[in-house]
Design a protein around this ligand. Structure first.
Ligand SMILES: Cc1cc2nc3c(=O)[nH]c(=O)nc-3n(C[C@H](O)[C@H](O)[C@H](O)COP(=O)(O)OP(=O)(O)OC[C@H]3O[C@@H](n4cnc5c(N)ncnc54)[C@H](O)[C@@H]3O)c2cc1C
Ligand SMILES: *[C@@H]1O[C@H](CO)[C@@H](O)[C@H](O)[C@H]1NC(C)=O
Ligand SMILES: *[C@@H]1O[C@H](CO)[C@@H](O)[C@H](O)[C@H]1NC(C)=O
Ligand SMILES: *[C@@H]1O[C@H](CO)[C@@H](O)[C@H](O)[C@H]1NC(C)=O
Ligand SMILES: *[C@@H]1O[C@H](CO)[C@@H](O)[C@H](O)[C@H]1NC(C)=O
Ligand SMILES: *[C@@H]1O[C@H](CO)[C@@H](O)[C@H](O)[C@H]1NC(C)=O
Ligand SMILES: *[C@@H]1O[C@H](CO)[C@@H](O)[C@H](O)[C@H]1NC(C)=O
Ligand SMILES: *[C@@H]1O[C@H](CO)[C@@H](O)[C@H](O)[C@H]1NC(C)=O
Ligand SMILES: *[C@@H]1O[C@H](CO)[C@@H](O)[C@H](O)[C@H]1NC(C)=O
Ligand SMILES: *[C@@H]1O[C@H](CO)[C@@H](O)[C@H](O)[C@H]1NC(C)=O
Length: 595
């Protein structure tokens, strides 16, 4: 039994295996047929594939463009995550020239590997605020998306586990809101920078500005608290390691095909008067148009290619704004003008402070230190590589502004922060060797007002789409970064930092006016990698939107979308936990439809 599972996991001997992992679509026997075809073995697609195959009557094919996650060291060792950028595991996208960023184009990472972006991300675990999900429920008219209704799905996803250094975690988290029985490991950090106690001291010295929050994942993130990660035993816990791990390779009703790009979803023959049946998936064996194959799902196609991949595939399939498609030379099949629109991502920027710390040697600039750290990780799964970004804390805050007198507050509600401060307290983990040691804090605009788009450059599905997140186009988005910088300055004004953190340094140091601050941000702001909204859900019958609240593509039969693209607003935090939660509920919606 164990040997068979091993075989199933490593090679693909379809006749021998139970579940099969195929390295290439040409190895999938043409005699195979499937109830569900899931496009994209990323965060959401892995959840869907796992949950649907809990029903032995459902046969599922999962198609992933990237390679396996197995044995990819930089995806396993948390502290090596930065090595995944611009690697074979990254789609290597670049944005269009960004007007709000002084005309810069920036790189825009996306996972190209089993597990998708969960296999390359920063592993930060934040659920968002209760108002985020209550707003989903309000705009879709489906109470099933409310915070309270989603609690079982949060618990089905999360498997709380001790940190790898087994330190005493009492008072660092609230066990009542965590689940021990889910799939993806979540833990506190197994390593903290030496100055961590100072960060905690801030909550005692400035309790009104930075109240201690025992659990930022309780529905109200506001305050400062201990950061939680999708890490178990000092190793990354991704959608691939958790939902597609060896335990599930034994399922004979799940086939996974890697290194295979889906190019389009084709209209199938209509049966029984169903309109717009989209159940046929077109696959490319290589870039030659002649190499295209198709496979038809008996029940449904689930599109989980992510916020970029999903609209990319839909637009090539003729699902989008008909006039825009026609202008490109693509035959429109379904007029859904919201496809690829409303792209929303959180811009962020570092604020650096000079420090008297002499701990300047970085594991990323000193090969001896890196080798030592890797050895420590290998032996005990502890040390600076057991976590990403130096362990640490997150702080979340709101601000008041005259802006709110003229414009509605874009946050989801009073318990939703406007600003995140990612408190990387440790110079040791900064990849760029600082000339002088710095303590760096990343500030994030959590509720940007700017909306961008994903559109097609050409009719060739192998060409990257045009990705325009419209960073800092709306003044509110840059105003939030300014307020963030002020909040960070307040944080370091706490007495505990005296003699340790000096003053703001680097490009921001001389910025005193709003205009100077804005200029700094426009020169340095980047992506937080939390794009959503390009296939957003709206109420049934709504004048806009791509999917209904049950995630079926509007006015179609046989096609659903389950990934970050369906979020109508970005949640006030990092997006992987929300994607897991959405996918867990979506799996139930699909199962119920085919009882
Ligand atoms: C660098 C980075 C850091 C991040 N850090 C964090 C963090 O610390 N915490 C956090 O909560 N969130 C983080 N995020 C965001 C989070 O990881 C994503 O929101 C989430 O994983 C998205 O899930 P998804 O299912 O929508 O898409 P993905 O997980 O990206 O899955 C999409 C999958 O579809 C595949 N695909 C795409 N097109 C095709 C095609 N044509 N044919 C076949 N397959 C295709 C892709 O290869 C991919 O595997 C980060 C993201 C990135 C990229
Ligand atoms: C991304 O770029 C790197 C470096 O150029 C390259 O090695 C890698 O193969 C690229 N990724 C993909 C998916 O093509
Ligand atoms: C962690 O590793 C230990 C020893 O290798 C193992 O017994 C345990 O099951 C692992 N726990 C998790 C959460 O993976
Ligand atoms: C974008 O989303 C908003 C709701 O947030 C909606 O009113 C608008 O119509 C959407 N735009 C498109 C092009 O779908
Ligand atoms: C600087 O290094 C010395 C010796 O390693 C150490 O004793 C001292 O505490 C360090 N200073 C700071 C501020 O970290
Ligand atoms: C790298 O770190 C080692 C171990 O701390 C130290 O002995 C060595 O001097 C460092 N090398 C450089 C170039 O700083
Ligand atoms: C971990 O240690 C084992 C032997 O103890 C060795 O074979 C392996 O290469 C090491 N891995 C890393 C990443 O250093
Ligand atoms: C904003 O102002 C309101 C009303 O004056 C006040 O109740 C609230 O606490 C303020 N919020 C912040 C973050 O300062
Ligand atoms: C800030 O201003 C001072 C004095 O004008 C100048 O010497 C310094 O180089 C400036 N720093 C930066 C980072 O621009
Ligand atoms: C769906 O089809 C109906 C009937 O043809 C039409 O009125 C409606 O506008 C369509 N909705 C969308 C989102 O295309």
């Amino acid at each position: 039994m164990q040997l068979l599972q091993l075989l199933a996991h490593c090679f693909c001997l379809a006749s021998l295996c139970q579940a099969a992992i195929y390295e290439h679509f040409s190895s999938v026997p043409s005699s195979e047929s499937y109830d569900f075809v899931v496009i994209g073995g990323g965060t959401a697609g892995s959840v869907i594939s796992n949950r649907l195959t809990e029903n032995p009557k459902f046969r599922v094919l999962l198609i992933e463009a990237g390679p396996s996650n197995e044995g990819v060291l930089s995806s396993i060792v948390p502290g090596l995550a930065l090595e995944l950028a611009a690697s074979p595991y990254d789609w290597n996208f670049t944005t269009t020239l960004q007007k709000g960023l002084n005309g810069r184009a920036i790189s825009f990472p996306r996972g190209h590997i089993l597990g998708g972006s969960s296999s390359i991300n920063g592993m930060v675990y934040t659920r968002g605020s209760s108002s985020d999900f209550n707003r989903f429920a309000a705009v879709t008219g489906d109470q099933g998306w409310s915070w309270n209704s989603l609690q079982p799905y949060i618990f089905k996803n999360e498997r709380w586990t001790p940190p790898s250094d087994h330190h005493d975690t009492t008072g660092q988290y609230d066990p009542r809101v965590h689940s021990l029985s889910g799939m993806t490991y979540v833990s506190l950090s197994g390593y903290y920078a030496p100055n961590s106690p100072k960060m905690l001291q801030v909550t005692k010295e400035l309790p009104h500005k930075f109240p201690f929050n025992l659990n930022m994942n309780s529905g109200n993130p506001l305050g400062l608290g201990w950061l939680q990660f999708t890490i178990g035993n000092g190793s990354r816990s991704s959608a691939a390691t958790s939902y597609l791990g060896p335990k599930f390779a034994g399922r004979r009703n799940l086939d996974i095909v890697l290194n295979t790009r889906v190019t389009r979803i084709l209209k199938s023959k209509s049966v029984g008067g169903d309109r717009n049946v989209f159940r046929t998936v077109e696959i490319a064996l290589d870039e030659n148009v002649a190499s295209r194959r198709t496979i038809e799902a008996r029940k449904e196609v689930v599109l989980s290619a992510g916020t970029i991949g999903t609209p990319h595939i839909l637009l090539h399939s003729g699902v989008g704004d008909s006039a825009e498609l026609k202008a490109l030379g693509i035959i429109p099949h379904l007029h859904l003008p919201s496809v690829g629109k409303n792209l929303t991502d959180q811009p962020s920027a570092p604020i650096n402070f000079a420090t008297t710390s002499n701990n300047t040697d970085s594991i990323f600039t000193n090969a001896t230190l890196l080798a030592e750290a890797l050895n420590q990780w290998n032996q005990t799964k502890t040390g600076p590589l057991a976590v990403f970004g130096g362990g640490g804390f997150l702080a979340w805050t709101r601000f008041n502004s005259s802006f709110f007198k003229t414009m509605p507050d874009p946050s989801a509600g009073p318990n939703s922060p406007h600003i995140e401060m990612f408190l990387g307290t440790n110079t040791n983990n900064l990849r760029q060797a600082a000339d002088a040691p710095v303590v760096s804090v990343t500030v994030v605009t959590l509720n940007p007002i700017s909306r961008g788009s994903v559109t097609l450059k050409t009719t060739n599905p192998f060409d990257d789409p045009l990705i325009d997140p419209a960073y800092l186009v709306d003044d509110f988005d840059v105003l939030t970064l300014r307020e963030g910088a002020k909040a960070v300055a307040r944080l370091f004004s706490a007495p505990t930092w005296k003699g340790y953190v000096l003053g703001i340094t680097g490009g921001f140091a001389n910025a005193t006016t709003d205009a100077e601050m804005d200029a700094y941000f426009r020169n340095i702001a980047s992506t937080t990698s939390h794009p959503v909204g390009t296939a957003l859900m709206s109420a049934k019958g709504s004048s806009y939107g791509v999917v209904d609240p049950d995630l079926r593509v509007k006015n179609t039969t046989g096609l659903r979308i389950v990934d970050a693209s369906i979020m109508p607003f970005v949640t006030c935090g990092h997006t992987q936990a929300p994607v897991y939660i959405i996918a867990e509920r979506a799996a139930d919606l699909i199962k119920e439809a085919w009882m």
